[in-house]
Design a protein around this ligand. Structure first.
Ligand code: TEU
Ligand code: CA
Length: 561
């Protein structure tokens, strides 16, 4: 892509909104209690009415499901839990018929230990696939280094057949592929090409910054892996081998825990041919303590604004942001950042407004469009997630009080985002006719799609629909320059977006108290474009009130919502 093209015709995904589906929790069509492709097909009109442009599916490939599909044993097939390839083709056609795109999850930092590649690799030291994974000799009868798995315990497991350790940054059932081996890269690129040939519209790439390991760290003192220098080469090679010539219609987003804004500018710079955008983790790590993600710190709005504003500025002239407050690994955003009881409608819609009015491509996680909340699980038996279960076993085994650990998990566990989507007030929330694989949230009789969509001017779904419409309609929402206002204010989230003569003023009261606007902040703001209170007072924001004003020098600047 040339510079002129990049500035004259902004990529389509600058105006797009992505919706993430976690298939096993979305909708069940065959009564086995697990969401599937049939369930997704049955709900496509829900997504079309919402107005999203792209659907990202968390993994649906064949998998032993040790990490709910992020452990793949066959990249070329659909897991029978979810359906068949023929059904996938049908789904893809139906998504395209509705003018939407479909993005697959690409999990190639690791495979399942049941993938034939690994089965071969572990069979002997001289197997041709031995070097497809990362094998090292014991050091002093121990692991080659001190890396730990994201799911507790060491990141190395000893394979007794050959007496060597293999690396797994996640579970022992998720061995890391060796990207230094050109055969591995070639096999992955060929597989990606086959999915694109089948018609998929891009990839969300799981922990893609982890594929390049620093060789000197693999055996040595190091405690945490750092991003290997070859990462940019690998992504550029991927672009050449997979995307070149067809990238303008596609979307690529790399999930990158620990990525800095400086790295992200390189990964997403238009002329570098790496990725369209990355998922960064800074803002979702602000409430983790140094002791780890289950040690919850109080939420700090000033820190959040500062962080997000740095990313806005850092990627303003080159690169692009992805925007998210929740996904299948994070707690529910309205429970984490808002007030999921007294002000659930107001805080859910405020969070949506703030997120969608930033510059970048917004991602909606399933259920957020109706303000779904954390799971409210009280016993360990209710949890299914490997990270949560391993964490509980590890710290309780080391003497922690189970009640305290459960309290932390009720706030932080990934299962908070993985309870079934609540479609109706009926049995099992309309998700399934059978016993669901994980408990439905006990609030499903009041929080569900059917009830929300009948709620008139208090429908969260309808608010999201209008927000998406505004992005589609106004170039200033997609492209306008971002400027943070009142950075030190503890409750007010305020910023402007400016494009030529068009200016948006975004105001949000991130608190349960009424807030008087600072003097001069909203002088001559223009007309209200969208807001979550039916009536408003210019100088005041009600609890969790969000308001967007538009002032345009051009003719026809009518409010659209
Ligand atoms: O997650 C990567 C990741 O680093 C974390 O978000 C992870 O979920 C965990 O919370 C670490 O504490 C990706 C996927 O999104 C996640 O679902 C997978 O479990 C993981 O990779 C392994 O494939
Ligand atoms: Ca099913």
């Amino acid at each position: 892509m040339t510079t002129e093209l990049a500035t004259e015709t902004p990529a389509w995904w600058t105006r797009a909104v992505v919706y993430q589906i976690y298939p096993r929790s979305f909708a069940d069509s065959n009564g086995d209690g697990i969401g599937d492709l049939g369930g997704i097909r049955a709900k496509l009109d829900h997504l079309a009415e919402l107005g999203v442009d792209v659907i990202w599916l968390s993994p649906i490939y064949r998998s032993p499901q040790a990490d709910n599909g992020y452990d793949i044993s066959d990249y070329e097939d659909i897991d029978p839990l979810f359906g068949t390839l023929a059904e996938f083709d049908q789904l893809l056609a139906e998504v395209h018929e509705r003018g939407m795109k479909l993005v697959m999850d690409l999990v190639v930092n690791h495979t399942s230990d049941e993938h034939p590649w690994f089965v071969e690799s572990r069979s002997s030291r001289d197997n041709p696939k031995r070097d497809w994974y990362i094998w090292r000799d014991p050091v002093d009868a121990h692991e080659p280094n001190g890396w730990t798995s994201a799911f507790s315990g060491p990141a190395w497991s000893l394979d007794t057949t050959t007496g060597q350790y293999y690396l797994h940054l996640f579970a022992a059932k998720q061995p890391d592929l060796n990207w230094q081996n050109p055969e591995v890269r070639g096999a992955v690129f060929a597989m990606m090409n086959r999915w694109l040939d089948r018609g998929v519209d891009g990839f969300r790439m799981d922990v893609i910054n982890f594929i390049a390991k620093t060789e000197s760290e693999l055996v040595g003192e190091s405690v945490h892996p750092s991003m290997g220098a070859q990462i940019h080469d690998y992504l550029q090679e991927m672009h050449r081998e997979v995307f070149a010539g067809r990238d303008t219609e596609l979307i690529t987003v790399g999930e990158m825990p620990g990525v800095t804004v400086e790295d992200a500018a390189l990964f997403t710079g238009a002329e570098r041919n790496e990725l369209d955008m990355v998922f960064q983790f800074e803002h979702v790590g602000l409430d983790h303590s140094d002791a780890g993600k289950f040690d919850n710190l109080p939420f700090d709005l000033v820190a959040l604004k500062t962080s997000l504003a740095r990313w806005q500025t850092g990627l303003a002239s080159s690169g692009w942001n992805s925007l998210y407050f929740g996904n299948h690994d994070q707690p529910r955003s309205v429970s984490r950042f808002g007030d999921d009881r007294r002000y659930r409608y107001e805080s859910a819609t405020l969070l949506a407004t703030i997120l969608h009015l930033h510059r970048g491509t917004p991602y909606i996680y399933q259920g957020d469009e109706i303000g779904m909340t954390n799971a409210n699980f009280e016993s360990i038996e209710q949890y299914k997630d490997i990270e949560s279960l391993n964490h509980f076993a590890e710290v309780v085994g080391a003497g922690a009080e189970p009640a305290t650990v459960l309290e932390q998990m009720a706030f932080r566990s990934r299962d908070n985002a993985r309870t079934p989507v609540q479609w109706t007030p009926g049995p099992h929330a309309g998700f399934t006719t059978a016993e669901p694989w994980i408990h439905v949230n006990s609030n499903a009789s009041t929080i569900n799609v059917q009830t929300d969509r009948a709620a008139g001017d208090r429908s969260i779904f309808d608010f999201y629909r209008r927000l998406i419409g505004v992005r589609h309609e106004l170039p200033v929402v997609a492209l306008g320059e971002f400027a943070l206002l009142e950075p030190e204010h503890p409750a007010l989230y305020a910023f402007t977006r400016t494009l030529g003569g068009d200016r948006l003023l975004v105001l949000g009261n991130w608190s349960n108290e009424r807030l008087r606007l600072p003097e001069g902040l909203a002088d001559d703001p223009g007309t209200r474009l969208i807001g979550n209170y039916p009536e408003w007072h210019e100088a005041v924001l009600e609890p969790w009130e969000a308001r967007v004003y538009r002032r345009s020098e051009r003719a026809g600047a009518e409010p659209v919502a």
